[in-house]
Write a new protein. Sequence first.
Length: 161
Amino acid sequence: MEGRGGGRRPRQLEPGDLRLLMLHALAAQPSHGYELIKAIGEWVGGDYTPSPGTVYPTLALLEDLGLARSEASDGGRKRFHLTPQGEAERGAQAQAITAVLERLEQARARAHARRLPEIRRAMENLKMALRLRLEGEMASTELVRRLAEIIDRAAVEVERA
């Protein structure tokens, strides 16, 4: 998917992550597919929610591997449970699951920081100040150098904060 500026948006989930997250969610409680979609979307954060087209085939794979089983519940929907083999697999994959959850938490925190209105406002103020300062006159080499130094000092302060 193309992001702003023509670059590719970073992948939300790496190969195998969805399977690990589903094992983790089902270990916490038996769930319908829709509940898993919602839980995983919350873990991932941002604008990403796994599609039914990825979740249901993964659930079918977990069933085929003997890691999960389903049973009909209210309204004919399937509720999925981990089997003892699925519980064992979840235990064996505990480190990998923790790593995925930590990576997703870090990505969610970075995304949240980019959306903070105070940061956006300050960035827009800087852009506007530069535009106004450089727009009306022929920018001298000295002015450009001074402005670059100011921005560089601000960047160092941001890194230290």
